[in-house]
Design a protein around this ligand. Structure first.
Ligand code: 13P
Length: 250
């Protein structure tokens, strides 16, 4: 009942021109009809990529946004600016948490703004290696989910997508084992159930992210509760990303 979703997070890669070429290569290919596919280019390429995928089922997302609708926030983009261009936005990616000081409170403000604007947010949660080694992964995931959703009710949260991205697996080539991914996603769904309600938690898609590749995607995405993937490096190669998208159907 949860439609698989495979999203490419292109991070700070591509130029506006190469982003359009990559998007074109993806939409030209045969794509699995039962999988929702989202491309998240750098902000400067979002509009061009959105144009390049018009008339296809592929959707476009931003990698970040500010919580305010407008204001003196040099360099930022807001949810109302994205509306009509992108349908999706990544919120609380671990790189933003670690490198740009995004706290749980900021993630919550951004999530509220994304939902209020009618965007589909992909909220990222995940533990560091030190936390996992110390046995704190479940607690971290639970508290990140709870904080992100503070003050948001089930009806408002409806389009929400979560992504479990263990920090130690991002860009390292070290993927979580299918068992670790399924277990952590189970914790995240349990936290969702407590923060919202059981039915909403059952309807909410939770992705795995962290060194997903054509070689490991099938097994990861076959796990119970793993509803798709948030792909970094491998999403920059059209053939790899397309292969991962096909892996999402059983
Ligand atoms: P990699 O797939 O490059 O590990 O990146 C994962 C990620 O951070 C996606 O948001």
């Amino acid at each position: 009942m949860r439609r698989p979703l495979v999203a490419g997070n292109w991070k700070m890669h591509t130029t506006p021109q190469s982003a359009v070429e990559l998007a074109r290569a993806i939409v030209r290919a045969e794509l699995p009809a039962d999988v929702e596919i989202v491309l998240c280019p750098p902000a400067i390429a979002v509009t061009d990529v959105a144009r390049a995928v018009v008339g296809t089922p592929v959707r476009v997302g931003a990698q970040n946004m500010h919580w305010a609708d407008a204001g003196a926030y040099t360099g930022e983009i807001s949810a109302p600016m994205l509306v009509g261009v992108a349908e999706v936005v990544i919120v609380g990616h671990s790189e933003r948490r670690a490198d740009f000081g995004e706290t749980d409170a900021i993630v919550n403000r951004k999530l509220r703004a994304a939902l209020a604007a009618g965007l589909t947010p992909i909220v990222c949660v995940g533990e560091t290696e030190a936390i996992r080694d110390a046995g704190g992964a479940r607690e971290t995931i639970t508290s990140q989910v709870r904080s992100a959703l503070a003050g948001i009710d089930s009806a408002a949260a409806e389009p929400l997508v979560l992504a479990y991205e263990p920090v130690w697996a991002i860009g390292t080539g070290r993927t979580a084992t299918p068992k670790q991914a399924a277990e952590a996603i189970g914790w995240a769904r349990e936290a969702l159930s407590q923060a919202l309600d059981a039915a909403t938690a059952q309807r909410t898609r939770i992705l795995y992210g962290g060194s997903v590749s054509p070689g490991n995607a099938r097994e990861l995405l076959a796990q119970d509760g793993v509803d798709g993937a948030l792909v970094g490096g491998a999403s920059l190669e059209a053939a790899d990303f397309i292969a991962i998208a096909w892996s999402a159907i059983a």
